[in-house]
Ligand binder design. Structure first.
Ligand SMILES: Nc1ncnc2c1ncn2[C@@H]1O[C@H](COP(=O)(O)OP(=O)(O)OP(=O)(O)O)[C@@H](O)[C@H]1O
Ligand SMILES: [Mg+2]
Length: 418
């Protein structure tokens, strides 16, 4: 604490009292003793006044300093909490959007760009309602209004991706409340399309397991009478029209084929792997399918690398795979054309067999769906063909890969270990 107040008041006191009495003292030639005593009595209250003045100044300055420090601290805390919030907003892995009460997008975090393929600017330019499936729009609006009333909401809607696909999104709608007033809305979105697809797959594979069990039971019962009927048709060959007989036999073969396909779906099967020549397998399939191909004006070419190695396989199952693949290729070429079956070996570890057609092709985004059970675009298709192939190839530790170009053709490549 400084002495400014006390020193100043002392100086003023001395100067003022001296200036009043200086002429008296000069006349007397000395300062009387009682004047000293009087001055000493008066000097104490003057000193006290100075002291209070100094104290007041000291505390006022201290208060000012504390207030400044407090303000600085508050500002820092505010900035810190803003940064904390911003960090949560920016680095959150789920897309977060903020809207004003008129449902205009104010801000979105970087994860929002992964949601529907739109950039944040594109989101801003769009009406939010225009990317929600019209069927879900009313429900969404209801939830939005409820959220403005202060109640957080959660719902699942279908939203339209930039590429036109529909995605299933769950949205949490959270009111932004400041001073007891809702001033906007946070929306946290999550794309659950994949998990719904996975659920659907699970449901389907359950269905498939049931079909498998049924198939195992039924297939056995069908095959026996089938063999007997086939035998008799061959015996009575001479008595009926040869064309009818061929037709009946080929239809019986088809029934047999369907039954075998169902059998693959049935659960544990005893598979007998043997060392076989892939050239023989493919040759026998082609001769089996050639007549059908000729009818459709389709030519099947076989190409082999020199010295194809032998592979360990279950012959009938592999035959089924290539029959399915070539059948698909033929069905994709309603106007005829050429199917090439090309077998090559690479590095003596794998063989690759490609079934190449010149058919209608498959849209790129549909390719992953082809291996799903029951996916078919054909009126009389079961949608099981490729799935059965995939399963057989997996059991042989191989891979099946499909590439296609619309209106140019499709190549299905089967790789098998040697
Ligand atoms: N080579 C191909 N060219 C064009 N589309 C194909 C080809 N192979 C398969 N597909 C498409 O994949 C779908 C599924 O084929 P998959 O063999 O599993 O069943 P399917 O042929 O429809 O029925 P199924 O084989 O039981 O008669 C087909 O419906 C077809 O749309
Ligand atoms: Mg098929």
């Amino acid at each position: 604490m400084k002495y400014t107040g006390r020193i100043s008041i002392m100086v003023i006191y001395v100067v003022v009292s001296a200036s009043f009495k200086i002429s008296d003292y000069l006349e007397l030639g000395y300062v009387p003793i009682y004047e000293f005593i009087l001055s000493a009595i008066w000097i104490y209250p003057a000193w006290l006044c100075g002291l209070y003045f100094d104290k007041y100044r000291y505390y006022a300055q201290k208060l000012q300093k504390t207030e400044k420090e407090l303000n600085e601290l508050l500002e820092k805390r505010l900035e810190e909490s803003e940064q904390r919030f911003k960090s949560l907003f920016v680095h959150h892995s789920e897309p977060i959007f903020t809207f004003n009460l008129d449902q205009k997008l104010i801000e979105a975090n970087p994860a929002a760009e992964n949601l529907l393929g739109f950039t944040i600017n594109e989101f801003r330019e769009k009406e939010w309602a225009s990317i929600i499936d019209p069927e879900d729009l009313d429900r969404y609006k209801e939830h939005y209004l409820d959220a403005i009333e202060g109640k957080s909401q959660e719902l699942t809607v279908s939203m339209i991706h930039k590429d036109g696909d529909k995605r299933v999104i769950t949205i949490k709608i959270i009111p932004i409340i400041i001073d007891d007033q809702c001033i906007g809305i946070y929306e946290i979105a999550k794309d659950i399309t994949e998990s719904i697809v996975a659920e659907e797959m699970l449901r389907r594979s359950d269905k498939l397991a049931v079909i498998g069990q049924l198939a195992a039971g039924v297939a056995h019962e069908i095959r026996n009478p089938l063999t007997i009927v086939k035998g008799f048709i061959q015996i009575i060959e001479s008595d009926i029209d040869r064309n009818y007989q061929e037709l009946m036999l080929s239809e019986l073969d088809r029934i047999n084929q369907i039954v075998s396909e169902l059998l693959v779906l049935s659960k544990p099967q005893v598979i007998k792997y043997e060392i076989k020549d892939i050239e023989n397998i493919l040759n026998s399939i082609i001769s089996f399918l050639e007549s059908q191909a000729n009818l459709k004006d389709i030519q099947i070419n076989l190409q082999f690398d020199n010295q194809m190695p032998f592979i360990k396989c279950e012959e009938n199952q592999l035959k089924q795979v290539f029959i399915n693949l070539i059948k698909n290729a033929m069905e994709a070429m309603p106007d005829g054309g050429e199917i090439t079956v090309k077998a090559t070996t690479n590095h003596n570890q794998m063989i690759s067999i490609q079934v190449i057609d010149e058919g209608i092709g498959i849209e790129e985004d549909k390719i992953p769906k082809l291996l799903e059970p029951f996916y078919t675009t054909k009126e009389d298709g079961t949608g099981l063909g490729l799935m059965v192939c995939q399963r057989i190839i997996e059991q042989h530790s191989g891979t099946l890969n499909i590439t296609s170009q619309m209106n140019k053709g499709t190549t299905v490549e089967v790789c098998l270990p040697i």
